[in-house]
Design a protein around this ligand. Structure first.
Ligand code: G3H
Ligand code: 13P
Ligand code: ZN
Length: 373
């Protein structure tokens, strides 16, 4: 377990970093960091090869689905392997959408340096939760994680489409039915209270993005992609790292490849990269991307299957798929300004981070926001 023990930071090639340290660095230098999902070796290689090409620090995240698909030990060992192969790239391993305390605690047990406690939904990951439930469970996870120096992302507001009022259930995560617009948008004043009471390191906000490919039926404008909410929250909480979920751009060229080779994806629109870059100018530091990686991979699998009908070597499918995902990751590292920053970061061990939390040095910077009220 030595190599994946993020608490020591000694005696190995490991460069595992907390989310908090990467995002503090990103805020200091004004860039954003894509958080890509991992389920298998090819995705891990695609992310790290891209990061290596452009010297970007990395956030790799695993959903509960990824943990049950690959297994905790396989995921932990894959990330150890990536650390050995790319020792100069700081890697944060983050639990995406933790649904309860146990999911977050077992992630940390397996070497995750950061967890998301998504208390916007109850533990079934479907039922919208009350504000008090969210504050209470998030605060308990934050206490636990900070004791060992791990970081916590919380979520306020429920992710879902402002066009339809519906959640995105295709990943088994998200509410059923329809919600009112006010539940689908994070309230800036409540965000100040939430951060003060939970002491999260990063805050995921609801602003019209949703998971999966089918986010918008047209190129989004301010009615359905509420960038003004990002700006309002950033005005009240300038020292807090904001997280955009559901931030795949679903590029037209990836839809076209997928459809050209037998796929049946109806025309859809994602979050334009320019809007994400605008968010980065207003406090967005972590940008969650899964669908684009899936689409890049699936398009190439379809292409090989259609063009080489006698092919049965999985490597001949997976190599172009990995290459396509690597190109996508590289683009996002460049577009978000992540590129060029890996070498500037000296990793702080989780043990040191724990001391800094205990000393109050990492308390959320909300005093100024409160004073201005
Ligand atoms: O949270 C959404 C991510 O896209 C993860 O999806 O639960 O199918 O692994 P997943
Ligand atoms: P996408 O489905 O837009 O890639 O979003 C992924 C995500 O937010 C994971 O938490
Ligand atoms: Zn998400």
């Amino acid at each position: 377990m030595a190599l994946c023990d993020g608490s020591t930071g000694k005696g190995s090639a490991m460069a595992r970093i907390s989310l908090r340290q990467i995002l503090d660095h990103a805020a200091e230098r004004g860039y954003g960091v894509p958080a890509f999902s991992i389920n298998n070796m090819e995705q891990g290689l695609a992310i790290l090869e891209a990061a290596n090409e452009c010297d970007a620090p990395v956030i790799i995240q695993a959903s509960r689905g990824a943990r049950s698909y690959a297994g905790d030990i396989m995921l932990a060992k894959m990330v150890e392997a990536l650390e050995l192969m790319f020792p100069h790239i700081p890697i944060c391993l983050h639990q995406d959408h933790g649904n309860n305390e146990a999911t977050c605690a077992t992630a940390i047990q397996h070497g995750f340096t950061s967890v998301m406690m998504d208390g916007s939904l109850e533990a079934d990951a479907r039922t919208p939760a009350s504000y008090d439930y969210n504050v209470d469970i998030t605060r308990r996870v934050t206490d636990m994680a900070h004791w060992v120096g791990a970081s916590v992302e919380g979520e306020l507001g429920v992710l879902g489409s402002l066009e339809t009022g519906e959640g995105e259930k295709e990943d088994g995560h998200g509410f059923d039915g329809r919600l009112d617009r006010d539940m689908l948008l994070t309230d800036p004043d409540q965000a100040v209270d939430f951060v003060a009471r939970t002491r999260v390191d990063a805050l995921a906000i609801a602003m019209g993005t949703s998971h999966g490919a089918y986010k918008f039926s047209r190129r989004p404008d301010g009615d359905v992609l509420a960038m003004d909410v990002v700006e309002a929250i950033n005005d009240k909480l300038p020292g807090i790292h904001l997280v955009m979920h559901g931030s795949s751009s679903v590029p037209q060229e990836l839809q076209d490849i997928f459809n050209e080779f037998g796929g049946e994806m109806p025309q859809t629109y994602g979050v334009p990269v320019e809007e994400i870059v605008r968010g980065i100018r207003h406090g967005v530091r972590k940008v969650n991307i899964d669908t684009d990686c899936r689409l890049a991979i699936a398009g190439q699998l379809r292409k090989v299957a259609m063009e080489e009908k006698a092919q049965f070597d999985p490597r001949k499918f997976l190599k172009p798929a990995t290459d396509a995902m690597r190109a996508l990751c590289r683009d996002r590292f460049e577009q978000f300004g992540t590129a060029g920053n890996a070498g500037r970061i000296k990793v702080i061990s989780l043990a040191d981070m724990a001391k800094r939390y205990a000393d109050g040095a990492l308390d959320p910077q909300i005093a100024a926001a409160r004073a201005a009220e």
